[in-house]
Design a protein around this ligand. Sequence first.
Ligand code: MN
Length: 705
Amino acid sequence: MPDNYPTYVSYQDTRTKEDRMVDSAFREMLQIYISSNHRKKVEIIERAYQFAKEAHKGTRRRSGEPYIMHPIAVARILVEELGLGSTSICAALLHDVVEDTDYTRDDIESSFGKKIADIVEGVTKISGGIFGAQASIQAENFRKLLLSMSTDIRVILVKMADRLHNMRTLGSMRPEKQYKIAGETLYVYAPLAHRLGLSKIKRELEDLAFKYEQPQKYKEIIEKLSETEEHRESIVEEFVKPVRKMLDDAGFKYEIKARVKSAYSIYKKMETKHVEFDEIYDVYAVRVIFENEDEALEKLKCWQIYTFFTEGHKIHPERLRDWISIPKANGYRALHLTAMGPEGKWIEVQIRSRKMDDIAELGYAAHWKYKTGVQEDETELDTWMNTIKDILAHPEPNAMDFLDTIKLNLFSSEIYVFTPKGDLLTLPTGATVLDMAFAIHSQLGLHCVAGKLNHKLVPLSHKLESGDQVEIITSNSSSPNPKWIDYCHTAKAKTRIRTYLKKAGNKLIVSDEEIKEKEKEKKETEQKNSLMKKILRNPFSSRKKEGERTPGPPIDRKKTFILYPDEKVPNYHIDTCCSPLPGDDVLGFVNEDEEVVVHKVNCEIAMRLKSAFGSRLVMTKWGGNAPKFNATISVEGIDRMGILEEITDLVSKKLKINIRSLNIRTQNEVFTSEMTVIVDTAERVDNLCESLLEIKGVKFAKRIS
Ligand code: MN
């Protein structure tokens, strides 16, 4: 403090250090709101903050922070990352008040109005988690979620921000809770985020869930990405250099971003395509975002930039994607191309205006940003929301059917078809002529007799493909019969036909095929359920007879359970569906006899168990000395003199691993071999594969069993 500083300032800050931290977190959030384009409704936000702070007073999160830090963080995500305004901010600040404190919906309504109270109530209703103990509860929660979403989309946006913050702070949760929350995130929230076009949030949710579900794999990919970062950047920079010049010369205001695929999408690709990290070509991607004042020139500018890339770069002929003329169902618009970059690497380029980019990253939330007061055309996303409303208005009686219908609508990809006049329709993959007729108009559907596709008549049940131009042929004498239900794929058409048949007094509203189908489904569900029961029941039942089982002492689910593979009778049971080995990322389920059944974390059965029986989860780790086990590795490569000797040398002499068997086949200079080794941990096998790949000529080395 300078000497001449007046010492008579009597203002005293009586707040504690913690109060100050909370207040400054709130001020920061408020500042972001104030500097946005929204109307400055600061007063109501201040009040919501004081209200929430008072309501949560004295409670803390698991991390030890004052609870109010969470609602503030959720509000910040909404304003900073989704660009939403005061109503959403207030709802976010208050979102846990009704659930966790004594205040009621009415209290919120009387202080903040109906809109905010509605959103808070919507978020509260869906807070029980999507996954209950049974499918029916699961369906009911899912229904609630979608119902509240269709009344005010901001409910789901607040819920998304809430989930995102919980995922970001998942580290302080108990491990078995981490699995449950991460599993639910991957199962419901990430796909929903995708469907709503919230791609930035979707990517982060997936990466966070991946990080907690498979920490080892996540780490490997993140490390590889950072190792290759510098090289990647130099390649991209060299690639865009000539384009930058052309953009500058043409007077564009723009930004070029080198984009990296997310860790989770890289992992998914490696798994589904069975490729290694280095073989994923589209790790390289570039995005050009340009500022655009004149809407009318937006399209033209995209194509102009496209030509900048065609000059001097080789363009991949099959990878041009025009999402400008035909936007994706979630509202996404952009121009994609793939061009040959330095070192012969293909680089994907996305060209977008600033507005297109906002819509791509924020999806539905961007509507608030660009709301002009003028009624815009109904977007594809609005259409989808209306479909959801439609399904909710005509619910399927069976909970399982309902779930399937919804999930079909969430995950299915779309086809684009045209009417004879050239109007574009988006339909789910698998849609038929009849679906298209109903999508255009119910009356058209009800009197449809056939379709005309490329001058050829096709039946009602004909499956459509993207790009088809279809004319619907109708006849006034035609009307639905029960068979029609089998001819269509969309929920809308099925519901309309059923309603018609019911009204027409037709008792036989279910066709034979449908009955058969239902029976088949029922059988499958029963089989699945009995499998689940088996999994959860005593896995040692072969050793003991039914009825003789005596449950062991309860297992503490909050503690990490250590697996001792070297004990005479191991203290756990390995499940045969995925056969985890010591060293694999694993998790345990406590069965009815209080025994721990071990699965790999990415095992499909484990995924199902996780979502349905999260409370039986127990975190597990390998301990003790693992006994030796056999692992078979497949090795492939280009044959050359002495390569076999190098391989065996590496394994037995350098790494001191016993080879149990080795067979090798050579065909036209390519060799394939299978080697069985005796090791003690899965890690040893992974290391072995890595070392094998370093041998010149070896192109592939992976554990196959
Ligand atoms: Mn919350």
